[in-house]
Design a protein around this ligand. Structure first.
Ligand SMILES: NC(=O)c1ccc[n+]([C@@H]2O[C@H](COP(=O)([O-])OP(=O)(O)OC[C@H]3O[C@@H](n4cnc5c(N)ncnc54)[C@H](O)[C@@H]3O)[C@@H](O)[C@H]2O)c1
Ligand SMILES: C[N+](C)(C)CCCC=O
Length: 474
């Protein structure tokens, strides 16, 4: 704690209910300083070959591997999630850096033959200083998912983590520096919305990649539009999971739990509207409730713990408020939805709750319409494929969607009609770094991960080459 206290100064955050460190929000002077450092680093970094940039990134990935446990433990303290999940987040961050290290040398353009021996070629050039702004649910992973493609393409980055979870992005900065990245290539500024706004509006920031809520995403886009800057927006969701009667029930139940309870339910892509075909509804619900009640809650640093603490007191109250609202609107709490006080005295101030399954839900209820961002699953029954597709798509958001069925033709037919950017067949919340991730509708613009993201961190230059004489009309 002392180490980070000295480094990061005065911003306050809590775990479990205690102050961990104080950090000072960065103002205009610090943001300018970070952007200036990134501008300097960009000059040489952008001139390196992809292979050379890839080498530094591979070294960063090795360092992450060596510090896996240290980073994961710090992420637990930072965020409250279980150590088991934090390790997987660190692995995803490392794999992402490794993956883009490999892709760095594949950046290439096209050669276009034209009449008279003339030709044109295209090349992908980096954008410059990119700003990354992160949410608090996957702090280390988000910093890696943004920085890896940005750096691979020859950009530099100023990253602002959420003020609620400021620590592990700073660890990533230390790792890049140790791996041989030039000074200022990846900078971390601390603070909340004011610091974020300063970054978005900075004239020397060429692009903003944002992960967070839909309302903040709108503001980010508005600010970026003033400078005509491209944005990547990874926003919220209220995703549907469709379970047909011919599903493998065991897998469908496991899928529903994976779709709702990772990271204490604080996952953008969560499939929180679980539509179950009427014939298997009672059996499915009884199994889901039984397994939800068996989820071990408590000290997130223990190996046996499967659910840690929510991120803050105010967020816990917000999530419990959604459960209360659901009850008022006629939903039945089938399990959970209560504050949870672990037996160990050191955890008493933590922000724990029991994971919740809501029954008797209707499509118009708040719990079915709004993103709760906590461990609350709403189960709904349906009769026909046509009906469930209409209801599943009846949302302004479109981040993810899932379908469980043994009928391969139904699976593809259904997915084809789902209005969501990231779809899963017979699983849920699986996000390999090789695969693009992102949303339709208000859930966002652009993608993270996969080859396509190279396009979001570069701009295309076209060069026409005349091999004859100029034929002037004048
Ligand atoms: N699609 C995805 O990949 C993805 C991933 C994780 C989280 N999320 C979404 O994030 C939300 C939860 O995260 P959150 O509460 O941290 O979101 P948030 O929108 O409140 O904040 C996100 C980040 O934006 C910063 N910010 C806030 N106002 C700003 C402003 N006016 N200008 C610039 N920066 C500003 C915050 O300090 C924070 O760093 C959920 O809606 C969740 O679905 C989406
Ligand atoms: C790795 N998960 C669990 C799919 C999370 C992706 C990032 C969204 O919050």
């Amino acid at each position: 704690h002392t180490k980070y206290k000295n480094k990061l100064k005065h911003y306050v955050f809590l775990f479990p209910g205690r102050i961990l460190c104080h950090l000072e929000p960065c103002g205009a002077a610090e943001v300018n300083q970070a952007v200036e450092a990134a501008k300097k680093a960009f000059i040489n970094w952008s001139k390196l070959s992809g292979m050379e940039r890839g080498r530094v990134m591979i070294e960063a990935a090795h360092l992450i591997e060596g510090k896996r446990e240290e980073i994961a433990e710090m992420e637990v303290v930072n965020n409250g999630k279980s150590i088991t999940e934090a390790r997987l987040d660190v692995d995803s961050a490392r794999l992402c850096i490794e993956y883009y290290a490999g892709l760095a040398s594949t950046l290439a353009g096209q050669h276009v033959q034209l009449p008279g021996g003339s030709f044109a070629y295209t090349c992908r050039e980096p954008l410059g200083v990119c700003a990354g702004i992160g949410a608090w649910n996957y702090p280390f992973q988000i910093a890696a998912w943004k920085s890896a493609p940005a750096l691979a393409c020859g950009n530099s980055m100023v990253f602002k983590p959420s003020p609620v979870t400021p620590v592990t992005a700073a660890m990533l900065a230390e790792i890049y520096a140790k791996a041989g990245a030039p000074e200022g290539l990846f900078n971390v500024v601390q603070g909340g919305q004011e610091t974020g706004s300063l970054l978005c509006q900075h004239p020397d920031v060429a692009k903003v990649s944002f992960t967070g809520s839909v309302p903040t995403g709108r503001k980010i886009m508005e600010m970026a539009s003033k400078g005509v800057k491209p944005v990547t927006l990874e926003l919220g969701g209220k995703s549907p999971l469709l379970i047909f009667k011919d599903s493998d029930l065991e897998n469908a139940v496991k899928g529903a739990l994976m779709a709702n309870f990772l990271s204490q339910g604080q996952v953008c892509s969560n499939g929180t509207r679980v539509f179950v075909q009427r014939d298997i509804f009672p059996e499915f619900v009884s199994e889901v409730v039984k397994r939800t009640q068996a989820i071990e809650i408590g000290d997130p640093l223990l190996e046996s713990t499967r659910m840690g603490a929510l991120v803050s007191r105010s967020h816990l109250h917000k999530v419990l408020g959604f459960v209360e609202q659901a009850k008022k609107e006629g939903a039945t709490v089938l399990c959970g939805g209560e504050p949870f006080v672990p037996s160990h005295p050191k955890l008493r101030g933590g922000f724990y709750m029991t994971p919740c399954v809501l029954g008797d839900c209707r499509d118009e209820m708040t719990c079915v319409k709004e993103e709760i961002f906590g461990p609350v699953m709403s189960v709904l029954s349906f009769e026909t494929e046509e009906e469930v597709l209409r209801r599943a798509n009846d949302t302004t958001m479109g981040l993810a969607a899932g379908v469980f069925t043994r009928d391969v033709r139904r699976a593809h037919r259904v997915v084809e009609q789902l209005k969501a950017g990231s779809c899963f067949i017979n699983n849920y919340n699986i996000t390999p770094v090789e695969v693009p991730f992102g949303g339709f509708k208000t859930s966002g613009i652009g993608r993270e991960n996969g080859q396509v993201t190279l396009e979001y961190y570069t701009q295309l230059k076209t060069v026409y080459v005349e091999m004859g004489d100029v034929e002037s009309l004048f």
